[in-house]
Design a protein around this ligand. Structure first.
Ligand code: NAP
Length: 296
């Protein structure tokens, strides 16, 4: 496992503990985000913000979290992943992408995103745990992608998601977002959706199995997960407006808007335990997320 982290957008190298300007001063916007950690330092589990701030999962009162999370994105060079990484870096979070191909690291660096080379189809839980140690949140945005066969749907869309959840739990990461897909309920209980190619059915089965793995973890440990099921992804420019709910009519959604929703969900631990469908819509992203929590 090799890792790299770029200079910050301000040009400050990321080596050693990040002491200042702290998340407190760089990100004055109050939020429910998490304490920042620096996983590259020797004391990698030491929050850079004062230890008196509660971490998500600590059960502290007030949710007085400040911006400056360390977010790890599994499948960090993916199209949604890079959009999410860029958005998070722009607001002052620290982002690390897990990639299997070291040639992708310079692309991440250009975005201000660090990288760890880790093939999630062959990585051990111990290696994933090490890569996630000290992170405040992990987003599973990997996928076998178009052109892959049924076997890789299983090894990436299911098994890699499971090993990332295992690693997150073992590393004590408090928050996990899993990118799934609309339509997975059609394969529940051995269902076979009509008119679909075998490989697409295998994809839906793999996504459903990854979801079920997360749901089975409920009530044990401190990992708070949220599952996002986007409709068909497009490269259209984001509108910042979506439809996000437990169930929505089938439609497409831009990768820009998926990334924006993922970022908003990271800030909202009140969405933990939810499985949410996501398509293009009319509701601004932040309001869509807030309404979910208010309704829960
Ligand atoms: N396409 C759709 O319409 C649609 C709809 C709903 C949900 N989704 C889901 O949305 C998510 C994001 O989609 P996207 O378009 O951003 O996907 P993408 O661009 O294909 O990105 C997927 C990433 O996963 C990485 N990956 C694959 N195998 C890996 C491994 N063994 N170890 C580490 N990384 C690995 C890929 O890296 P490499 O470059 O090395 O292959 C790639 O960077 C995926 O989970 C997808 O299934 C897609």
């Amino acid at each position: 496992m090799t890792s790299a982290h770029p200079a910050t957008p301000q040009g400050r190298p990321r080596s050693g503990p990040v002491r200042e300007p702290s998340a407190l001063t760089r990100n004055p916007r109050p939020s429910r985000a998490l304490a920042r950690t620096d996983p590259e330092s020797e004391s990698s589990r030491t929050p850079v913000v004062p230890a008196t701030l509660p971490r998500l999962g600590a059960g502290g009162e007030g949710d007085a979290y400040l911006h400056g999370m360390h977010i790890v994105i599994a499948g960090g060079h993916g199209q949604v992943a890079r959009r999410l990484g860029a958005l998070a870096v722009a607001r002052g979070d620290r982002v690390t992408g897990l990639v299997r191909n070291p040639a992708q690291l310079p692309d991440l660096s250009q975005l201000g995103v660090g990288g760890v080379v880790l093939d999630l189809e062959t990585a051990t839980t111990a290696a994933v745990t090490e890569a996630l140690r000290g992170a405040d949140a992990v987003v599973f945005a990997a996928g076998a992608g178009p052109g892959s066969g049924a076997a890789r749907k299983d090894t990436v869309d299911r098994a890699a998601a499971v090993v990332v959840a295992d690693g997150a739990a073992a590393a004590g990461v408090p928050r996990l977002l899993q990118v799934s897909a609309m339509g997975v309920d059609s394969v529940r209980d051995g269902g076979v959706p009509g008119g679909r190619e075998e490989v697409f059915v295998a994809y839906l089965r793999a996504k459903l199995a990854a979801e079920e793995d997360l749901r089975a973890r409920s009530g044990s440990g401190t990992l708070r997960w949220t599952i996002i099921r986007p409709g068909r992804l497009t490269d259209s420019p984001g509108t910042g407006r979506v439809r996000l709910a437990q169930s929505v009519p089938r439609a497409s959604v831009s990768r820009d808007d998926v990334a924006a929703v993922l970022l908003a969900l990271l800030d909202e631990p009140g969405t933990a335990g939810m499985t949410l469908e996501l398509v293009a819509g009319e509701t601004p992203v932040s309001r869509a997320v807030r309404e979910l929590v208010e309704a829960s």
